[in-house]
Design a protein around this ligand. Structure first.
Ligand code: SAH
Length: 354
């Protein structure tokens, strides 16, 4: 299923992005009590309202005033794709015309939202579709929350989102303040109610920001994208490694574990013929020795126009076996929604090309 919506670019600001004080002042100017703010938020975040008109316990005049002044949701669904396995992907158009992707992944009991934090990405990982044109801007806290709201609104009324993975477009730790604001909001028990323990933040590996995240004292789960067992190969695949290096990243990951007690996951995208040899696995095993680490292997999702390929079954099996032999806990990521461009950045790219 695929639906294209109107290419709307609006001038009205999104209400989820307004600071609470200025909204209270706006309401007071119209003779409305501060309680209205709670009602509006409840309608949007728990009540699944997508217009102010639906907010039936607000005075009619206020609903009209709100409609004239704000957008209930500032994003518009430009494309909605649904796969047979229950995966949904949305391409959202932002008020300034930028576009981001988010995905709903459904397992037996889990309802996971995969969200973006930036328009584009500045990290330049050579195999990734999100960063091919660099980064345009950070998403605001409200824009991050809206992705959750939009995905949740796809679920039946008796279901809620259970997990968040920050693995969409962008480098989450390059927009950490807005991300933390959004996650605080997502954790609100009277709202979406998704606590830090159910949130995984995936980073290319920015040591100072990993430490800052650890210092928040929150129980987020951290995933670090390694993709190579040595600096020479990593810099080839992840150019930002040039100024950072694996040692500093692993130090920061150890600090995160020490501060939060949460085991760090290391992600490793397998690129056929480039980083998928069993000797790379052996080197990776050595690197992680003595660490309580978990490795998530991600067979490359092909991106049109890029010269990389998936690993063959034999290399994948050999890689897994070698890591297991080194005592490393390892899993191969299941492919979800493969018929709908679910790898990050691909849908936006296709929409831009058409
Ligand atoms: N900037 C963050 C989030 C990126 S998306 C980070 O680097 O971790 C989450 C994961 O998907 C990352 O490990 C990223 O490298 C990986 N990824 C991106 N494009 C991919 C592709 N085409 N195939 C497989 N994995 C990909």
């Amino acid at each position: 299923m695929e639906t294209a919506a109107l290419p709307l670019v609006t001038a009205r600001p999104a209400i989820l992005d307004q600071p609470a004080e200025s909204l209270r002042a706006w309401l007071a100017e119209r003779g409305q009590p501060p309680l209205r703010l709670k009602q509006i938020r409840r309608w949007l975040v728990s009540g699944r309202a997508e217009s102010f008109e639906q907010m039936s316990d607000l005075p009619r005049e206020l609903r009209a005033q709100l409609t004239a002044a704000f957008e209930p949701l500032g994003t518009h669904v430009a494309i909605h794709q649904a796969a047979r396995d229950g995966t949904h992907k949305l391409l959202l158009r932002l008020p300034d015309g930028g576009q981001v992707e988010c995905v709903l992944i459904q397992d037996e009991t889990r309802r996971t939202a995969c969200i973006s934090t930036q328009v584009g990405c500045g990290m330049g990982c050579v195999f990734c579709a999100s960063g091919l044109n660099g980064v345009e801007r950070n998403l605001t806290g409200g824009e991050i929350v809206e992705q959750l709201v939009r995905l949740r609104n796809l679920l039946p009324a008796n279901e809620r989102l259970t997990n968040i993975v920050v693995m969409g477009m962008g480098e989450p730790l390059a927009n950490l303040d807005n991300l933390l604001t959004a996650l605080e909001d997502a954790g609100d028990k009277n709202g979406l109610g998704i606590g830090a323990r159910h949130v995984t933040i995936s980073t290319v590996g920015l040591p100072a920001k990993i430490r800052q995240l650890a210092d928040t004292g929150k129980q987020h789960h951290l995933a670090v994208s390694l993709h190579a067992p040595n600096d020479r190969l990593r810099t080839q695949i992840v150019p930002t490694n040039d100024k950072i290096g694996l040692a500093a990243i692993l130090d920061a990951a150890d600090y995160f574990f020490k501060m939060t007690g949460r085991q760090v996951t290391f992600e490793y995208v397998l690129l056929g013929g480039l980083n998928d040899h069993w000797t790379h696995a052996r080197e990776l095993g050595g690197l992680l020795e003595g660490r309580k680490a978990h490795v998530n292997l991600i067979p490359f999702n092909e991106v049109e126009g890029l010269p990389y390929r998936r690993p063959d079954d034999e290399s994948l099996a050999g890689f897994v076996q070698q890591l297991q032999r080194a005592g490393v806990s390892v899993k191969v990521r299941k492919r979800k929604g493969s018929e709908i461009d679910a790898a990050c950045g691909q849908l936006r790219r296709r929409a831009a090309a058409s």
